[in-house]
Design a protein around this ligand. Structure first.
Ligand code: AHM
Ligand code: MG
Length: 325
């Protein structure tokens, strides 16, 4: 059987095609892929080796941190800190950014991640994911500063996610299209499976936690009613990566809006909304907080939350029309 294009081959070809692209990404993305393979293995055997369950600590958002979240966080740091391309790493699981230690070579990029998204689904064998984002740092001081991390999404130079589902997939963009790779566990390689992903302009799915309906603003209820009238199907896994991935491939819209209880929604601007917004725009989709493009938001703090409406462009426009009517 012929072997498809491996992730590394694809990166090298891209580097050749776009001479402006530096080799930095080839090596960074290769290390991300290695971390993804380790996590894929651990996610699959988590039940066997008792990685499940709480480790008793809380993260900066007051949520229980599960063992696998911590493992994912540490795995990415370990894989990336030696590359020589990074100056710092910010993570949903760490209150303060990780500074690349003096014992490692330092570089000109910062890395941001939600190392294991959808943690409430870990225990129940449902798809979870990792989300990442890379920016060129702003300053040139010894350590990464807040300014290096608090950049608007439009300045991202790479974003991606890994979904640990019925198979493990990695999807990424460096601003020239969105490409997806599926892990062949037999050979331990990511193989090109979805080149140049384009989101359908309109979808048949809407994804929202309807359990929050009593707290929704009028515009959100109005959109959901409209979606039902049009015969759309509801799909909500409760793992952002899984819900986003389905809508990216099949068409649809995901909403975690502002509501009466949570004015800023639930999701994090830097670790979740911005990277997925960069990906969706590269795939011809849209992402907004209801009034402004996610990629134009200037972050005020590292762990900032933001309402998120993301997906097929015509569906996102319909949500925004409802919100502003
Ligand atoms: P997490 O990063 O702690 O896992 O939380 C984010 C998750 C998203 O994956 C998902 O879209 C959302 O929380 C689901 O929230 P809810 O259970 O409120 O619907
Ligand atoms: Mg998350």
């Amino acid at each position: 059987m012929e072997l498809g294009t491996t992730f590394t081959q694809f990166l090298i070809e891209q580097q050749r095609k776009y001479p402006a692209a530096t080799g930095d990404f080839t090596s960074l993305l290769s290390e991300i892929a290695t971390a993804a393979k380790i996590l894929s293995r651990e996610v699959n055997k988590a039940g066997l080796i008792d990685l499940f369950g709480y480790n008793g600590k809380q993260n900066v958002h007051g949520e229980q941190v599960q063992k696998l979240d911590q493992f994912a966080n540490d795995t990415f740091i370990k894989a990336l800190c030696h590359t020589g391309h990074l100056i710092g790493i910010a993570s949903e699981e760490m209150e303060e950014p990780y500074q690349i230690p003096d014992s490692c070579p330092k570089g000109k990029y910062v890395f941001m991640m939600d190392p294991l998204d959808g943690s409430s689904n870990i225990d129940v064998n449902i798809s979870i994911g990792s989300i990442f984002s890379i920016y060129r740092r702003k300053g040139d001081s010894e350590n990464a500063t807040m300014d290096d991390f608090l950049q608007k999404g439009r300045d991202q130079i790479c974003a991606g996610y890994i979904i640990y589902g019925s198979s493990t997939m990695m999807v990424y963009t460096t601003g020239v299209g969105v490409h997806g790779f599926t892990l062949d566990p037999g050979i331990g390689e990511f193989l090109l499976s979805h080149e140049n992903i384009q989101i359908p302009s309109r979808g048949t799915y809407y994804s929202i936690n309807e359990g929050n309906a009593l707290n929704w603003e009028k515009g959100v209820s109005c959109y959901v009613e409209q979606a039902k009238q049009k015969g759309k199907s509801a799909r909500y896994v409760g793992s952002l990566v899984a819900d986003f991935h389905r809508n990216l491939l099949k068409g649809g819209v995901f909403l975690y809006p502002s509501d009466r209880k949570n004015k800023n929604g639930k999701l994090r601007l830097l670790y979740e909304a911005s990277p997925l917004a960069f990906i969706v725009e590269q795939a011809q989709g849209k992402a907004t907080d209801g009034t402004e493009n996610i990629l134009d938001k200037i972050p005020e703090k590292l762990h900032q939350r933001i309402p998120l409406i993301i997906g097929s462009p015509e569906d996102v426009d319909e949500v925004v029309a409802c919100l502003s009517s």
